[in-house]
Ligand binder design. Structure first.
Ligand code: P6P
Length: 335
């Protein structure tokens, strides 16, 4: 009989400072409960009138789909009451979300994208919740500072994502490797299904929206010529796979190997550094990639070394198999 290990059991077995307090386990359990509620709504989205636009626009200027809003409100509501956070930040909210007065607080800070890839909701493509967890740096009995939230990726105590698709899966790192847990709807638990995920050092897949090629700078075009083999007309082993949902594209490359790229482009003057956000997308994914033996850069720097300037800062992202990302670093270094 295969051993069925829940996330909580896995955390307790792999005793480390982060989880030993039990406060972290409580935080994760609230995240997991939120994910189960969101998963239930995502899975029936095609059946009830949850689809379509709310007519509102989020801080990124994007139309908010009802499920985005729903996922955001579930996470804020549940985690506000958990008594383990001193602040939150969401891709959907312009500013830091403080814990309501009178609620118990704790030492952790949660940053999340409640439902990334939401433009794919109507066509049943995998989407996901991405999260990043820091510990506050200021003393417990003081006001939370922006500097508590704007921490570089190397300071994360945990990161992960929940992917809603053919199955609902939690991929989590607390700094001791990357582990995958699949939701068993029968028992309502995430069970350890992918222990110690390692990303192949060398991939055969590159993921990028080639429709923006005319907006890339020369080093980026050089990078793409390498993966396409058109730099010196030899066929390299790469295939192009691009879903347009970060969690889905990243997860495939994590398991099979490969590199995901969202380069800077000059399509939108308001987004000269590309579309993806540092705090709630690039940074958590970079921790997962590096904990699985991969690498994540903005073209010249490790994502995890970048000191954030502001909450919704965007960065170019090249992430995945170490050898492929190293090649990208080499091309940019020579430019
Ligand atoms: P494009 C989804 O909107 C998202 O933020 C990521 O999930 C995804 O990787 C990216 O945008 C896709 O962007 O410009 O290729 O449609």
């Amino acid at each position: 009989m295969p051993q069925q290990i829940t996330v909580t059991e896995h955390l307790l077995y792999s005793q480390s400072q982060v989880k030993a307090t039990g406060r972290f386990t409580l935080l994760l359990n609230e995240l997991i409960m939120s994910a189960k509620i969101i998963s239930r709504e995502v899975n029936k989205a095609g059946l009830v009138d949850v689809l379509g636009f709310t007519g509102d626009v989020n801080v990124q200027g994007e139309k908010v789909k009802k499920l985005d809003e729903y996922a955001n409100s579930i996470l804020i509501h549940r985690l506000s009451k958990a008594g383990v956070l001193c602040a939150m930040a969401s891709e959907e909210n312009a500013d830091i979300i403080n814990i309501p007065r009178g609620y118990p607080t704790g030492e952790y800070i949660l940053i999340f994208d409640p439902l990334d890839g939401s433009s794919n909701i109507d066509v049943n493509v995998n989407i996901g919740t991405i999260f990043s967890i820091f510990r506050r740096r200021s003393p417990a009995d003081t006001e939370v500072m922006h500097s508590d939230v704007l921490q570089k990726g190397d300071e994360q105590v945990a990161a992960g994502y929940i992917m809603y698709g053919s199955s609902t899966m939690l991929v989590l790192t607390t700094g001791e490797g990357v582990h995958g847990f699949t939701l068993d709807p029968g028992v309502g638990e995430f069970l350890l299904s992918h222990p110690n995920i390692r990303i192949p050092e060398q991939g055969k897949i590159y993921s990028v929206n080639e429709g923006y090629q005319m907006y890339w700078d020369e080093p980026t075009k050089e990078v793409l010529r390498y993966f396409k083999g058109t730099d010196n007309a030899i066929k390299r082993p790469f295939s192009l796979r691009y879903i347009g949902s970060l969690v889905a594209d990243f997860h495939r490359n994590l398991i099979y190997g490969g590199v995901f790229m969202y380069p800077a482009d000059h399509r939108d003057p308001a987004k000269p550094r590309g579309k993806l956000r540092l705090m709630c997308e690039a940074s958590p994914m970079a921790m997962i990639a590096e904990q699985a033996g991969g690498l994540a850069v903005d073209g010249r720097r490790r994502i995890l070394d970048i000191e954030p300037d502001h909450l919704h800062q965007r960065v170019p992202l090249f992430i995945g198999s170490r050898n492929d990302v190293q090649k990208i670093l080499d091309v940019y270094a020579q430019s």
